[in-house]
Design a protein around this ligand. Structure first.
Ligand SMILES: NC(=O)c1ccc[n+]([C@@H]2O[C@H](COP(=O)([O-])OP(=O)(O)OC[C@H]3O[C@@H](n4cnc5c(N)ncnc54)[C@H](OP(=O)(O)O)[C@@H]3O)[C@@H](O)[C@H]2O)c1
Length: 163
């Protein structure tokens, strides 16, 4: 049995996930949630995300980085030339498979995702990078917890695909 595919994302109501190569918000509770969720797991990510996450291999994470230029990837991270190759490598590694973006990686994997580990930031936020529309697909929300800080209200959810 192949392992389930988890997409891990924080997105605004208008589906924005990034701006100018960075997160468009600073939400410490979500960063902690993200690090805790991905610790000890196999993380699949695009080359830009990889280059903005210098300590990705800490806490037992096993990165699989998607790029057309494998010389940009330093061991122990694995490099893959396509999403399919990345998922095949990820299936052979230990731990859960956590797909961490960015935009085109989410776009290529949403249809086959088994779960979305979603932080929904309850705001419309300007940005240049988006999570694909997921709400038209059939999901069961198995976890939901609201929280907030001085700037944002947000919800931590786990959506499980109903096929
Ligand atoms: N809020 C969130 O949860 C979240 C999550 C992730 C990212 N983000 C934000 O999103 C932005 C970064 O994401 P991004 O979408 O710009 O970049 P990205 O997905 O991290 O990286 C894009 C790169 O991945 C490689 N790539 C993608 N698809 C490929 C394919 N099919 N075959 C081969 N290589 C492929 C290419 O690398 P090469 O150019 O090396 O070939 C491409 O330039 C940042 O603003 C970040 O903060 C937010």
């Amino acid at each position: 049995m192949p392992k389930p595919l988890n997409l891990v994302v924080a997105c605004a109501e208008n589906r924005v996930i990034g701006r100018d190569g960075q997160l468009p918000w600073d939400i410490p509770e979500d960063m902690e949630h993200f690090h805790r969720t991905t610790a000890g797991q196999t993380v699949v990510l695009g080359r830009v995300c990889y280059q903005t996450w210098p300590h990705v291999s800490l806490d037992g994470r096993q990165p699989v980085v998607i790029t057309s230029n494998s010389s940009l990837i330093d061991p122990p991270a694995n490099s893959a030339g396509s999403v399919d190759e990345a998922l095949s490598i990820a299936q052979s590694l230990s731990g859960d498979i956590m797909i961490c973006g960015g935009q085109s990686i989410y776009e290529e994997t949403l249809e086959r995702a088994d779960r979305i580990i979603l932080t929904l930031v309850q705001a419309e936020i300007p940005g240049d990078t988006y999570f694909p529309e997921w709400r038209h697909l059939n999901w069961r929300e198995i976890v939901k917890r609201g929280s907030s800080d001085a700037n944002y209200r947000y919800t931590f959810s786990v959506l499980e695909r109903v096929r």
